[in-house]
Every structure is written in structure tokens, then in C-alpha cells.
Design a protein around this ligand. Structure first.
Ligand code: C2E
Ligand code: CA
Ligand code: CA
Length: 285
């Protein structure tokens, strides 16, 4: 099967939370999303990133959820598309940036983690002429260091040639903020593009990981992307790691960072703090 054919994501049940997708239910209106933002119904979840070489948590990716009063916990597919179409993603995205930076800065101050926080950024956000200033101001307000931040951009976004976008990417890079290409391998990145695009990391799409045990082509693609990334001096993340075997294979291929249900599920800030505590205790022993 072609990896992109399987990119629709199944509903998942986590240990403590049940999150649902929009399939079968109507998408919310922009007005409902605005009301949800005012009513503070959006909740950041954090999924851990595992540094293979140093055998430690590198940080977390922020994944937004909507705690809907009637429908329960909704996954991003249920509302991000509407937020993007309506432009509300600018307001929601600014809130997510502030909340995630504040959370990581608090964990740093508490000594729970010295890791990074990765935040997904939509095309609309990245195209704003004042986006760099917005991020900078939010870093200053929350006290988070630029080096503790990673912005995740989708592959199609990094392929756009808009001057303001490229300038924003270079400015982030100069500020020491990391940029990664999310869902790498599903778009049309060219080698020339990778050479001139100031990104620091490739996040290999989870559809390749899902098939690497059964399909040698997916395995070879994974190995090739990791080699390509390293030859360009880029860190490589594999997402969607669901089994111990996948973890072992990826470690053998020298993939730098692993993310997935086998490593750690997306969790609330309170649940993530428990992970930091356990990790810190183990490292003291
Ligand atoms: P993404 O950035 O590719 O995020 C990874 C998705 O894979 C997440 O889905 C995560 O829960 C899921 N995942 C993690 N580990 C595994 C695994 O082992 N197996 C499988 N099958 N899936 C795994 P989620 O949370 O539903 O997010 C879906 C997408 O919504 C994200 O894909 C991202 O594109 C978007 N999104 C999430 N949060 C935000 C946000 O704050 N802002 C924006 N603009 N988009 C967001
Ligand atoms: Ca992402
Ligand atoms: Ca991804």
C-alpha cells in the first residue's frame, strides 16, 4: 500500500482520555469555535519526543484538543480545518503559542525539564508579516528561550516561494528557533529545496513507520530519508512509533528522535508532569 493512502488517522483511546474525530459528525461553525475560545474549552496536550542517542526526553510536541461540553474531547481534525478556513487559526494559534511557551517555561523553572516545545504552525500564521515579532514577544512574555522552541511547518508550506515566508523562516533561524518539516515524505520536497530551506529537522510521516515492518520499500524509504537528513546535517524524527520492533529498527538506523504511542501518548500537562518526575527519578538512581 502507498503510505499516503493510509494517512487517514483512526480514533484513539488513551489511558485517561477518549478523543474523537469529526467523521460522521458535522463540523462546527466558526462562531462556535470563537465561543469555545472565549469559554477556554481548548486544551493543549503534549506528546513526548525521545532522544535516541542520549536516551532521554528531548521535549514535547503540543497537540491541541477541544474539550467540547457535549461531544467530549475532540481531536484537531474536528475543528482545525474550520479554524483555518475562517481565519480563526490566527487567534487560536496565538493562544496555543502562548500556552505552550508558558507551560514549557514553567517546567524549566520548576526544574522538571530542560527540553524543547514543538508547536504546529499553520500556513496562514506563517504568512503573517508580523509573525516573527509575535513569536518573539510571546517568548519574552513567557520567559522561554528561543533555543527551546521548535516550529513545525508542513511540507507544502516549506515549498512555497513567497518572499515574506522565506524571510520569516530565515529570521527564525537567525534567532536560534528550530524549524522542522512535518509529515516529510508525503509532499514534493526536492533536494535543492532542502539545501536552501533553513530547516533543522525532518519529521518523517508516520505512514512510512506504520508500514516499515511489513513492507521493505517503506523500510528502505525510512533508511534513505534518515541518511539524506544526516548528510544535510539535519536531525531526523520518526513519528507514529507504535511497537518495540519499530523503535529498535529506527534506533539501528540512527534516527535521532522517536515519537509515537509506544514512546508516549499525547497527555495533559498534569500527566506530562508525572512523566518528567518519573524520568528525573530514574536518572537520579
Ligand atoms: P501532526 O502534527 O502530524 O501530529 C501528529 C499526530 O499523530 C497527532 O494527531 C498525534 O496524536 C498522532 N500520533 C502520535 N503518535 C501516534 C502513533 O503512534 N500512531 C498514530 N497513528 N498516530 C500518532 P492529532 O493530535 O490528532 O493531530 C492531528 C493533526 O492536527 C496534527 O498532525 C497537526 O497537523 C494538527 N494539529 C494538532 N495540533 C495543532 C495545533 O496546535 N495547531 C495546528 N495548526 N495544527 C495542529
Ligand atoms: Ca506536527
Ligand atoms: Ca506529522
Amino acid at each position: 500500500m502507498c503510505p499516503s493512502e493510509s494517512s487517514s488517522k483512526p480514533a484513539r483511546t488513551t489511558a485517561t482520555t477518549k478523543a474523537v474525530r469529526a467523521s460522521g459528525s458535522r463540523l462546527p461553525s466558526a462562531k462556535q469555535l470563537t465561543e469555545a475560545l472565549v469559554a477556554r474549552q481548548f486544551v493543549p496536550f503534549y506528546q513526548p519526543l525521545w532522544d535516541v542517542q542520549h536516551q532521554r526526553w528531548e521535549g514535547v510536541e503540543t497537540l491541541i484538543r477541544w474539550q467540547h461540553p457535549v461531544q467530549g474531547l475532540l481531536l484537531p481534525d474536528a475543528f482545525i480545518p474550520v479554524a483555518e478556513q475562517s481565519g480563526l487559526i490566527l487567534e487560536l494559534g496565538a493562544w496555543i503559542l502562548h500556552t505552550a511557551f508558558q507551560q514549557m517555561a514553567d517546567w524549566h523553572h520548576q526544574g522538571l525539564s530542560n527540553g524543547i516545545v514543538a508547536v504546529n504552525v499553520s500556513a496562514l500564521q506563517m504568512h503573517q508579516p508580523d509573525f516573527v515579532e509575535q513569536v518573539l514577544t510571546t517568548l519574552q512574555l513567557t520567559g522561554l528561550a528561543p533555543s527551546s522552541l521548535e516550529l513545525e511547518l508542513t511540507e507544502p508550506l516549506t515549498l512555497q516561494d513567497t518572499p515574506s515566508l522565506i524571510e520569516n523562516m530565515h529570521r527564525f533561524n537567525e534567532m536560534g528557533i528550530r524549524l522542522s518539516i512535518d509529515d516529510f515524505g508525503t509532499g514534493n520536497s526536492s533536494l535543492a529545496r532542502l539545501q536552501c530551506c533553513p530547516v533543522t529537522r525532518l519529521k518523517i510521516d508516520k505512514s512510512f513507520v506504520a508500514h516499515m515492518e511489513a513492507d521493505s520499500k517503506s523500510l528502505n524509504i525510512m533508511a534513505s530519508i534518515i541518511t539524506l537528513g544526516h548528510s544535510l546535517n539535519l536531525s531526523v524524527v520518526a513519528e507514529g512509533v507504535e511497537t518495540g520492533k519499530q523503535q529498535r529498527l529506527l534506533a539501528q538506523m540512527e534516527c535521532n528522535v522517536l515519537q509515537g504511542f509506544h514512546i508516549g501518548i499525547p497527555s495533559t500537562s498534569q500527566q506530562t508532569e508525572v512523566i518528567w518526575h518519573k524520568h528525573n527519578m530514574l536518572n537520579k538512581e
